[in-house]
Design a protein around this ligand. Structure first.
Ligand code: GUN
Ligand code: FE
Length: 445
């Protein structure tokens, strides 16, 4: 329920509607012997009358449910080049590894094949929601949204805007063309999922280095004209990026002032990285209520230097913070790795800066991977934890012996906690038995 409040419900009956996908009841103290055969005989008031038949499923003793994991920052077209170019500085990595790989998504068949593999791969790892940057191509972006809907992954999908600073073979023709394609993608996404209950569009200026002032101005105007549109971009990621940004925009002394002047910093903005922050910039982001996508894997391996965002500071200020794999700058597409690396990065910061940068706890990184991330992507009221009225987005974790778990005696009261810790620190997709999004089973081992 908060970064430091992790509730484990044991012997709990959770009921959800397969029609709406919403959780309709959570009944504690219901061991298997006390589970009634139909929902209607339960002494509860569901938010809606149960329809049709009731199916009751018991988890195995070694299994438990966690809220679906939320990847707040993922580059869909980098799925197949993930992990290449480790240790490179950001602009060199973009031009030598990333742009050639993303340019291939002009081919719709390549997009369909790769995005199918991506979505299956993410669902298998328990990622029920992802905020995706697509490539700059309209058709590939629409394919990504179509496939998320088809496979049942909750997603924010954005056509990547980039009309300068990249090679001729991978660049938007002009700012107006970039905006026109963006609008087409937004309309398409809204036509395939009119209620936005699964797939939503998101404005995606790659970063200021790849956008002309004209393009940034138009995107800011779009966001202002349509307050339901979220925005995502890369922000204060690395020294090379920061100095290139400020030399392109000499009228600004920092990135908060820059992006703010284009009306791109809103409560619906997701800022990836935020590693190099001054106190003043952090305070202004707090004021603007922007969300942070902390991407520790990428920050420690690609971009330049061993960077780590001041997450303790963000949490102490009450900012919205989630975790991102930043796949493929991040070599791993696993949110479990993102949690582990967030811990490691925070311990490194504590070693460097002492008490004012206290390391994160397991509970805190788990919150960031779930409810914190939900808040960052604007879905804090919909998903992120198990509450009556929220969508049933969940992962069935299995920590049996055969899957590398722990089988100490079941009467041990802390066994679930032990298994959760083991899962976060040592688990992988072999421990993910089933995944649900909106009450629909979207992956089964
Ligand atoms: N900055 C601009 N584009 C990118 C990208 O694709 N990955 C990362 N990590 N940083 C970026
Ligand atoms: Fe990124």
């Amino acid at each position: 329920t908060s970064p430091s409040d992790l509730h484990i419900h044991t012997d709990t009956l959770l009921a959800y509607s397969t029609t709406t996908g919403r959780i309709v009841a959570l009944v504690p103290s219901t061991p298997p012997s006390a589970v009634p055969s139909t929902l209607s005989s339960l002494d509860i008031v569901p938010t809606e009358p149960p329809e049709g038949t009731t199916t009751i499923t018991y988890l195995a003793p070694t299994q438990f449910l966690i809220p679906g994991l939320i990847d707040t920052h993922n580059h869909a077209p980098q799925w197949s080049m993930r992990g290449l170019g480790q240790g490179m500085h950001i602009l060199d990595w973009l031009s030598s590894i990333t742009f050639p790989a993303e340019a291939r998504f002009s081919d719709a068949r390549h997009a369909r094949r790769t995005y199918t593999s991506l979505i299956r791969g993410m669902l298998r790892q328990g990622v029920t929601t992802a905020s995706y940057y697509s490539s700059l191509h309209g058709p590939a972006t629409r394919i990504l949204a179509d496939l998320c809907l088809e496979h049942g992954q909750r997603a924010l999908v954005g056509k990547c805007n980039m009309d300068r600073g990249s090679p001729e073979y991978y660049i938007d023709d002009s700012a107006p063309e970039s905006i026109a394609v963006t609008k087409e993608c937004i309309s398409h996404i809204r036509s395939i999922d009119p209620s936005g209950s699964l797939i939503r569009p998101i404005l995606t200026p790659r970063f200021a280095i790849s956008c002309t002032p004209e393009l940034l101005t138009s995107l800011g105007a779009l966001a202002q004209a349509d307050p339901s549109l979220p925005i995502q971009t890369h922000f204060n990621e690395a020294e090379q990026e920061k100095s290139a940004t400020l030399s392109l925009f000499p009228e600004f002394t920092d990135e908060v002032s820059l992006y703010r002047s284009f009306n791109l910093l809103t409560p619906r903005t997701i800022l990836a990285h935020c590693t190099i922050m001054t106190d003043d910039e952090t305070a202004r982001l707090r004021e603007l209520d922007c969300g942070v996508a902390h991407c520790p894997t990428a920050n420690m391996t690609v971009g330049g230097g061993f960077m780590a965002a001041p997450v303790r500071d963000f949490l102490e200020r009450g900012m919205k913070v989630g975790l991102g794999t930043d796949s493929g700058g991040g070599y791993s597409s696993s949110m479990l790795d993102a949690m582990r690396h967030a811990l490691v990065a925070s311990f490194a910061r504590e070693a460097l800066y002492g008490d004012r940068a206290k390391g994160l706890t397991l509970d805190e990184v788990f919150w960031m991977a779930t409810l914190g991330g939900a808040k960052v992507v604007g879905l804090g009221e919909e998903v992120g934890n198990f509450e009556v009225g929220k969508q049933f987005d969940a992962v069935v974790v299995d920590m049996s012996d055969e899957r590398g778990g722990v089988n100490t005696p079941l009467e041990d009261a802390d066994l679930v906690r032990v298994r959760l810790e083991k899962f976060i620190m040592t688990g992988d997709d072999r421990n993910i038995a089933e995944v649900f999004v909106k009450g629909r089973s979207v992956h089964r081992l």
